[in-house]
Structures are given as structure tokens and as C-alpha cells.
Design a protein around this ligand. Structure first.
Ligand SMILES: NC(=O)c1ccc[n+]([C@@H]2O[C@H](COP(=O)([O-])OP(=O)(O)OC[C@H]3O[C@@H](n4cnc5c(N)ncnc54)[C@H](OP(=O)(O)O)[C@@H]3O)[C@@H](O)[C@H]2O)c1
Length: 427
């Protein structure tokens, strides 16, 4: 049995764990793959004497992966520069590639898949989205009979951890973020996670796969969770919702609606109950209907589990050579979205202000589904004010922007209005 010979680029959190998993589960992996999956070369910036690399040769020069005893290069460096070079060199030399790098695929996936197609080599990227959840495989094989109409879910574990800590422990955003950093769930620079960029990259990869299309990453509408206040979480809960950071992509006749933003999710919906660093992805197929996948979205072992799954498929000969996408679809962002909206309006505590607010909404033919306004919530200041919480019925995005702008112009409104969309996860 000829082994599949693996060259590993990067020996950090995921790379080091892939080496361990290949070693610890070698027999089981061999049985499932039908032949041994052997680590032959490792190249990374810094030697890690503590990691047992077995028979593999270590080099600090990434060019070592060009040796003849490598069939597949596993790129676990991260970023878009050196990683891109490693992947391009491997494909150019006729080697298969497995990567966990969502940033690289979101920005350069089209080019990478095209060159891989021309070279007749496979590209595995299960680990690039939702860590240990086998969502790429589910879309590619388990749901192969379906036209996928929609993908939605929680694809950033850091944001979900922070929102869960705010909801369950009553922490404010800054404290929950500091906790996430202390526990290793958030980077020292958390911008990519909390501002939604990481989630947008993953959504773009999933949408391209699900809809068999090339999707413009820059067209994805991106909002993070840094503006979410603990008060919004409490009011949402009173109304029967959890606030989750969601990625949503839907097919339309004229393009793809693709957006990541915080959203109120009914507590009765399964995604609303997914807490902590867990991820959840819903895929809606025209034959099967809605399906839901839940699991750990990051971390050394869950991510290594996905990387090794790609290697097993490759060893079996079932990891496909990427095919050119069937079509290029424009991103429609969030413009066509029509949904209910949660509003928090800071208003002077005087009679008549609520009537003015209601009047603005009625001018836009938007009705009010629920209101929370409590005398005990009065804030003292130069002028006492109180938050008016409103849940509207469905309103298109452009209408919501317009009524928020008009509400902001009312003399009784004292500050910035918070608006959070309510997710429709039925499709
Ligand atoms: N960590 C997760 O939970 C997770 C989850 C899903 C996907 N991913 C993706 O997996 C990939 C790897 O992530 P990670 O968390 O394992 O990162 P990491 O811990 O920072 O590891 C990166 C490794 O690459 C090496 N490296 C960096 N630049 C290099 C260069 N120019 N030349 C040679 N080696 C270089 C680093 O060397 P040093 O040891 O010297 O730093 C380190 O060994 C990323 O694309 C990430 O987005 C990670």
C-alpha cells in the first residue's frame, strides 16, 4: 500500500495538532483511508522540539516541501502572502493542497481553484469554515442531490462566546472580550472576529460552494458585535430572543444576498440555543429542506480533525479537483432584506414623545409588534431620558434606514438609535 505522503507547512496551534493526530490515530486513519497517511516533511519558521514529528524531516525553509517525497502540501501558516506562495508553488508542482486558511480562500479562492483545476490537483478546505463541523463535506456530498437556496449560521466562535457571556453572565462587551482573550478564544487583536470580517470570509467560502458560484467577497455586508450593549441583550431576552452574530446567504434571481451582522434569533429556534464557542450552520436544500450542523468552530483538535478528514479523502481518491464555478453572481449585500427590526430609542421622559415615534413609523406603514418602556429605566442627566424599545413588523432595509433617520430627527429623541435586525431563519 503506497502511503499518502504529507508535507506540512506551519507548526503552530493547528499544524502541531495535525502532526499529533496523524501519529496518535495512525492505524484508524490508515483503515479509513485504505492506505497509510504519513507525515514526511514539516517546514515552519521555528523548530518545535516538543512536538514529536516521527519519521518526518523538519526544515525552516518552506522550499523543502518541494521535495519528491511529498504528495500533498498542508498549508497551516495563515495570512495571504507566504501562504499564497506555498499553495501556488505546490499546485504548480502538481501537488495536492489542504488548507485551513479562510482569509486566503476568501480573497484568492477563485484563482487557486482555477490553477488547481488546470493542474488536475485536489484542494481540501474543510478546516477553513466552522472548524470541526464537516460542513464542506455535507454540502459537497451529503446534500449533493439538492439545489441549496440558503445558508445561515454562527460561524465565529469568538463572537458567540462573547454574546453568550453577556447574556448568561451579565458581562458588558469589554469584560466578555477580555475573558475571551484570557481563555485563548480571542486574539490579542480581536478586530477580525468582533468586527465580523472572519465570519464574512467563511460565509463567502460557504456560499460559493453551496451555490456553485464565484462570489465577490467585497460585496458581503459586514457588521460586527462591538456595538451590542448588554441592555440590548436583556431587552431582546424579554421579547423572547437571543442576540447572535449570524452569517446569512440566500440565492435570488439577480444575485446572492450575503450578510453578516448581529440579529435577534427567537429562543425557540435551535440556532438561538447554540452557545459559547460552538458554531452552527443551517443549509436549506430544495429536496431535503432545512438541515442543521453544530459543533466546535475552532481550536487545535477540531480544526486538525477537519484537516485530517481531507487527507483521508485524498488518500481514498475522493477529494475532488476543483471545478470552475458554474456562474459569477453579484453580491446583493443586505439591500433586498425585509425583516422585523428591534429599535432602542433614547427619548426625553415627557408625554407625547412616544406618540411622535409611533407617528413616524405609521407614515412608513410599519406597525409595532411590541414595546418596552419602563419608568424605572429613567436615566438622569441634563434632561431625564428613557429608552423606548420597539419591535417592528417586517420592513425593507431602505425603509428601516429612512425611519431610523426620521426618528433621530425628532426633538424628543436625545441620542443615537440602535437598530438590530430580527433573523428569519425559516428558509
Ligand atoms: N487556531 C484555530 O483554532 C484555527 C481554526 C480554523 C482555522 N485556522 C486557520 O489555520 C491556520 C493556522 O492557524 P494557527 O492557529 O495554527 O496559527 P499559528 O498558531 O499562528 O501557527 C502558524 C504557524 O505558521 C508558522 N509561520 C508563520 N509565518 C511563517 C513563515 N513566514 N514561514 C514559515 N512558517 C511560518 C508559525 O511559525 P512560528 O511557530 O515561528 O510562529 C507557526 O508555526 C490559519 O489559516 C488559521 O486561520 C485556525
Amino acid at each position: 500500500m503506497t502511503p499518502l505522503r504529507v508535507g506540512l507547512a506551519g507548526l503552530g496551534t493547528v499544524g502541531g495538532t495535525v502532526a499529533k493526530l496523524l501519529r496518535d490515530n495512525a492505524r484508524l486513519i490508515e483503515r479509513r483511508a485504505g492506505r497509510p497517511v504519513a507525515l514526511t516533511r514539516v517546514a515552519s519558521r521555528t523548530p518545535k522540539p516538543g512536538i514529536d514529528l516521527g519519521q518526518a524531516t523538519f526544515d525552516t525553509d518552506l522550499r523543502a516541501l518541494g521535495a519528491d517525497d511529498v504528495d500533498v502540501v498542508v498549508e497551516l501558516i495563515g495570512g495571504e502572502t507566504v501562504a499564497k506562495e506555498v499553495v501556488a508553488t505546490a499546485i504548480g508542482a502538481g501537488r495536492h493542497v489542504v488548507t485551513a486558511n479562510k482569509a486566503l480562500l476568501a480573497a484568492h479562492g477563485e484563482e487557486i481553484f482555477l490553477t488547481a483545476n488546470r493542474s488536475g490537483v485536489s484542494v481540501g478546505f474543510e478546516a477553513s469554515v466552522a472548524g470541526g463541523i464537516p460542513i464542506v463535506n455535507a454540502l459537497r456530498t451529503g446534500l449533493a442531490a439538492n439545489r441549496i437556496d440558503a445558508i445561515a449560521g454562527i460561524v465565529n466562535g469568538t463572537s458567540n462566546y462573547i454574546l453568550t457571556a453577556m447574556e448568561e453572565e451579565g458581562l458588558d462587551f469589554a469584560t466578555a472580550l477580555a475573558d475571551a482573550q484570557r481563555l485563548g478564544y480571542a486574539e490579542a487583536d480581536p478586530t477580525f472576529d468582533v468586527e465580523g470580517i472572519d465570519a464574512a470570509q467563511k460565509l463567502a467560502i460557504l456560499a460559493a460552494l453551496a451555490f456553485d458560484a464565484t462570489i465577490d467577497f467585497d460585496g458581503v455586508h459586514v457588521e460586527g458585535i462591538s456595538g451590542i450593549d448588554i441592555e440590548d441583550i436583556r431587552y431582546a431576552r424579554e421579547l423572547g430572543f437571543s442576540i447572535k452574530h449570524l452569517g446569512i446567504a440566500r440565492m435570488h434571481a439577480d444575485g446572492v444576498e450575503a450578510r453578516v451582522h448581529p440579529a435577534l434569533v427567537p429562543e425557540s429556534v435551535l440556532i438561538g440555543k447554540v452557545s459559547g464557542v460552538m458554531n452552527a450552520v443551517m443549509a436549506h436544500g430544495n429536496a431535503v429542506g432545512p438541515t442543521l450542523y453544530v459543533g466546535p468552530g475552532a481550536g487545535g483538535m477540531p480544526t486538525a480533525s477537519a484537516v485530517v478528514a481531507d487527507l483521508v479523502e485524498l488518500a481514498r481518491g475522493t477529494l475532488p479537483v476543483p471545478q470552475p464555478a458554474e456562474r459569477r453572481l453579484p453580491s446583493l449585500g443586505v439591500e433586498g432584506v425585509e425583516c422585523p427590526h428591534y429599535l432602542k430609542i433614547p427619548a426625553i421622559d415627557q408625554p407625547g414623545v412616544f406618540a411622535e415615534v409611533a407617528d413616524v413609523l405609521s407614515r412608513y406603514k410599519v406597525s409595532i409588534e411590541a414595546v418596552i418602556q419602563r419608568p424605572q429605566a429613567i436615566r438622569t442627566g441634563a434632561e431625564p431620558w428613557v429608552p423606548i424599545i420597539i419591535l417592528t413588523n417586517e420592513a425593507p432595509e431602505a425603509v428601516a434606514r429612512a425611519f431610523v433617520s426620521d426618528l433621530g430627527g425628532l426633538s424628543g429623541v436625545t441620542g443615537e438609535i440602535a437598530r438590530i435586525r430580527v433573523a428569519d431563519l425559516s428558509a
